[in-house]
Write a protein that binds this ligand. Structure first.
Ligand code: RAM
Length: 345
């Protein structure tokens, strides 16, 4: 599936809307909790550990996981730290391993900081699936990737280029400085910019730590420090929502472009009031749903995580493990004022 300049053909749009929209509305009403609330009994216990709690993106992805675990009759829990800092997830991994949880599904705040804890959990028999943001490949069983890093980088660069006439100063407002996923995307965005957009200059990269207030403050600081700034790319749902909120009431509204990765529900008002033209994402609920089924396939011994392994992820169908123990969900999707009302997540 190809996206060009943030637009897709009508036919593809309808098909994608249907698939994104259907699953988006069919989720469970899971609430984040740090006490490991469970939804049903069963042999396959799966604990979701997001980067941090209180992020709407992970509320949705983990609700997808809960839906899958319910479908296959396992036991679901969600635990996590308040702050998305490198080793904040360690105590939660230790506790899950001590409890004999069969599988952990983790979005990592750092590629290495949680690996010792994961090693101990795996030695104790817990399968470890990363999703959304990976660790080093050697410290987990599988990584469920939302879309290729190249595709995620390109869709953001294409949008900012279109919105600023392919010329001028841009900055990146990222999540945590060590986040594996954002750092991979940023490296590829830099390459894309250098190769295909010689007149766009990346003048700054700042980190809001997936904290709403810090991301808001970083947006204000960027605008002050770079008076000629023409655009901001924020490859984090927390960052883009905070930046949009700042821009929407500032004199830069409509003058400084903003794009990146956001959830339709958090961005709807800013697309409608003209602060934001377009942004991208995948379906986080599908990502969590797929990760839970992958965890079950590992626990059941249907797969080991080697390239070529195949498994079925409920209503999403069949998936094959690729290189480096990676499973790919699909392609990023571009949201605009013309399609945003078809989505509810
Ligand atoms: C935030 C998190 C997450 C990322 C999305 C796009 O919610 O940083 O890891 O995938 O943004």
């Amino acid at each position: 599936m190809k996206f060009r300049n943030g637009r897709i053909t009508a036919l593809v749009a309808v098909a994608l809307s249907a698939s994104l929209g259907l699953t988006a509305c069919g989720g469970s009403d899971s609430k984040s909790s740090s006490d490991g609330s469970s939804s049903s009994g069963g042999d396959v216990s799966v604990t979701f550990l997001p980067k941090n709690l209180g992020n709407a993106y992970f509320d949705t992805s983990d609700a997808g996981g809960k839906k899958a675990v319910k479908e296959f009759g396992g036991t679901y829990a969600e635990v996590g730290p308040d702050a998305a800092s490198p080793d904040a997830q360690v105590p939660f991994i230790n506790t899950a391993a001590q409890q004999g949880v069969k599988a952990l599904v983790i979005s990592a705040n750092d590629p290495k900081a949680i690996c010792d804890a994961i090693d101990e959990a795996r030695d104790a028999g817990t399968k470890v699936v990363t999703f959304d943001s990976d660790t080093s490949a050697d410290c987990r069983d599988l990584y469920i990737n939302q879309a290729t890093a190249e595709g995620i980088a390109k869709v953001q660069v294409d949008q900012i280029a279109e919105q600023i006439g392919d010329s001028g100063e841009v900055a990146i407002l990222s999540a945590a400085a060590n986040a594996t996923n954002q750092n991979a995307w940023i490296e590829l965005m830099k390459k894309d910019l250098a190769a295909d957009h010689p007149n766009i200059k990346l003048v700054d990269t700042v980190y809001g730590d997936d904290d709403d207030q810090k991301s808001f403050d970083q947006t204000a600081a960027l605008l002050q420090k770079h008076p000629s700034l023409k655009g901001i790319i924020s490859p984090t749902t927390v960052g883009i929502a905070a930046a949009a909120r700042y821009l929407s009431t500032s004199s830069s509204k409509g003058k400084v472009a903003l794009t990146g990765l956001g959830t339709p529900n958090q961005m709807r008002d800013y697309v409608k009031d003209g602060t934001v033209t377009s942004f991208a994402l995948w379906n986080p609920e599908d990502l969590g749903y797929l990760a839970a089924y992958a965890a079950k396939a590992l626990v059941d011994g249907d797969i080991t995580g080697k390239s070529g392994d195949t498994f079925t992820a409920g209503s999403l169908g069949d998936f094959t493990v690729g290189d480096n123990g990676e499973v790919l969900l699909g392609d990023p999707f571009v949201f605009t004022k013309d399609n945003i009302d078809q989505f509810n997540f």
